[in-house]
Ligand binder design. Structure first.
Ligand code: SF4
Length: 80
C-alpha cells in the first residue's frame, strides 16, 4: 500500500492573512487578490517538503499544517 500524499492545509478560521507563509515558501503558497493564501502545489512534492515545513513554522496563527491525506474534491474544500 502506498503512503498518503503530504498536503499543506489552511485553517481559514485561524488565518489572519499576514502573508508570512507565501513570503517564506513562494513556490508553495501565494496570495490571492484579497491577500488570502492559496496553495500552489497539492500534494506537496518531496522536493518542496522543507519549504512546506518552513511555511508551517512561520505562521504566527498556527493556521497552516501538514497532513497526510487524500485531496478533497474541489467542491468540499473549505470556502473562504
Ligand atoms: S502565515 Fe498563517 S496567518 Fe498568515 S497568511 Fe499564511 S496561513 Fe494565514
Amino acid at each position: 500500500m502506498s503512503a498518503l500524499p503530504t498536503r499543506l492545509v489552511i485553517d481559514r478560521t485561524a488565518c489572519a492573512g499576514h502573508g508570512m507563509c507565501y513570503s517564506a515558501a513562494p513556490a508553495l503558497v501565494e496570495s490571492d487578490e484579497q491577500g488570502d493564501p492559496v496553495i500552489l502545489l497539492d500534494p506537496v512534492p518531496d522536493t518542496h517538503r522543507s519549504d512546506a515545513d518552513t511555511a508551517v513554522s512561520v505562521c504566527p496563527e498556527r493556521a497552516l499544517s501538514l497532513a497526510r491525506t487524500t485531496p478533497l474534491p474541489a467542491s468540499e474544500e473549505t470556502s473562504r
